[in-house]
Design a protein around this ligand. Structure first.
Ligand code: FPP
Ligand code: MG
Ligand code: MG
Length: 384
């Protein structure tokens, strides 16, 4: 049936590249210090979902077919501001260490990459690895901050090795990611991914509070959702959007294609985290591979609860004290389950996914483009 919806396994489209990913990441993480080597490679043992590298590879392939332009180097000022405007305010924003423990061979040589028979550039493959390194670094730190006990169905690194080693390993990953990034010799891409690292921390700081105000009995306003979505952009969508943008830049794409890649990543990234916050309410810990219902226990008011709060103002007090009193978590859970919060969260995620698909609609038809569209479906269907 030629009219049947095309179903592509996005993994298959870039399967060959993905096969090398873990091996290359482990090479980027090599350290002559045996304990550091073990701790920093710990999360590469369990198979992650590799959402970010997969998106980078698919975007690289999908944009390979689009129009190329000569890069215009934007006027450079060392003094230009480091902070960006709110992503929601503007829908259209534009050598190995010299330590005894490090050997030159601990960074994967470029020879690892076969250049034949692929429209993905070596620099784009490396970018895919860098995104996974930054993501894994943030998980190492996140599990310390969240006092996690498990991740990917195994004890989390903080439990296995202790907080100190988990934090230091995260820093090591960022260091190695930075070296690999510098080797791409592209200042714009370096700036994008460096900004991501700062954004992750900014998002985590925003999350220390549930609302912009720090009142004990906050009232629901439109700004409540805006604050949550800006936090969500910083902690999740920034990495996905800016790495998609970087993939298009490395491929020499036109400004329109670069911007479309960014919009795809931003909207998919927001949807991805909205679904994550929904699954925290709906899926068992066993299925998730990490404790479920963790957000309320951590004092976090995410989308399902914020939507429920709009209709049930009694939640304000609980939000203000971060569900810290006896019975608060249980009470909040009940109010959310009796509300339309989960449905509204799913609907908002669907809106973002639709926007993601819309932003790359003008890309030429290809298997990779279908893979990017399929990723949107996968995000909405995922259970972990
Ligand atoms: C997972 O969120 C965590 C993140 C998306 C980012 C966390 C960022 C930091 C800890 C700042 C430090 C950043 C770097 C780059 C070292 P979650 O806790 O909601 O998800 P989970 O259920 O998977 O733990
Ligand atoms: Mg966490
Ligand atoms: Mg967290």
């Amino acid at each position: 049936d030629p009219n049947a919806p095309i179903s592509v396994d996005p993994f298959r489209t870039v399967a060959k590249e993905m096969k090398f990913l873990t091996k290359n990441i482990r090479q980027l993480l090599g350290s002559g210090h045996p304990t550091l080597d073990t701790v920093s490679k710990y999360y590469t043992q369990s198979e992650g979902k590799y959402v970010r590298p997969m998106l980078v590879l698919l975007m690289s392939r999908a944009t390979a077919l689009t129009e190329k332009t000569e890069r215009e180097i934007s006027p450079f000022s060392v003094n230009r501001p480091l902070t960006e405007p709110s992503v929601l305010a503007d829908e259209n924003p534009s050598a190995p260490d010299a330590t005894a423990y490090t050997t030159a061979s601990s960074i994967a040589p470029d020879a690892t990459y076969r250049s034949e028979d692929s429209d993905i550039l070596p620099s784009q493959r490396r970018l895919a690895e860098i995104t996974e390194l930054i993501h894994t670094a943030s998980l190492l730190h996140d599990d310390v901050i969240d006092h996690s006990v498990s991740r990917r169905s195994a004890p989390s690194a903080n439990i296995e090795f202790g907080n100190k080693m988990a934090v230091l390993a995260g820093d090591f990953l960022l260091g190695r990611a930075s070296v690999a990034l510098a080797r791409l010799r592209d200042p714009e891409v370096t700036e994008l991914l460096a900004t991501v690292i700062a954004n992750l921390v900014e998002g985590e700081f925003m999350q220390l509070k549930n609302t912009a105000s720090d009142e004990r009995n906050p009232v629901w306003t439109e700004n409540t959702l805006t604050y949550y979505l800006q936090k969500t952009y910083l902690k999740s969508a920034s990495l996905i959007s800016k790495s998609c943008r970087a993939a298009a830049i490395l491929g020499g794409s036109s400004p329109e294609v670069v911007e479309a890649s960014y919009q795809y990543g931003k909207n998919l990234g927001l949807a991805f985290q909205l679904v994550d916050d929904m699954l925290d309410y709906t899926i068992s810990g066993e299925e998730l591979g990490k404790p479920a219902g963790a957000d309320l226990e951590l004092g976090l008011a995410t989308a399902p609860l914020l939507f429920a709060w709009k209709d049930n103002k009694s939640l304000g007090k609980l939000v203000g004290r971060k569900f810290s009193e006896n019975g608060d978590v249980q009470r909040a859970r009940e109010i959310v389950s009796e509300s339309t919060g989960l449905e509204q969260t799913r609907a908002l995620a669907q809106d973002y996914v639709d926007k993601a698909i819309q932003s790359i609609a003008f890309f030429p038809e290809s298997e990779a483009k279908n893979g990017l569209i399929e990723m949107c479906t996968k995000v909405m269907q995922r259970r972990k």
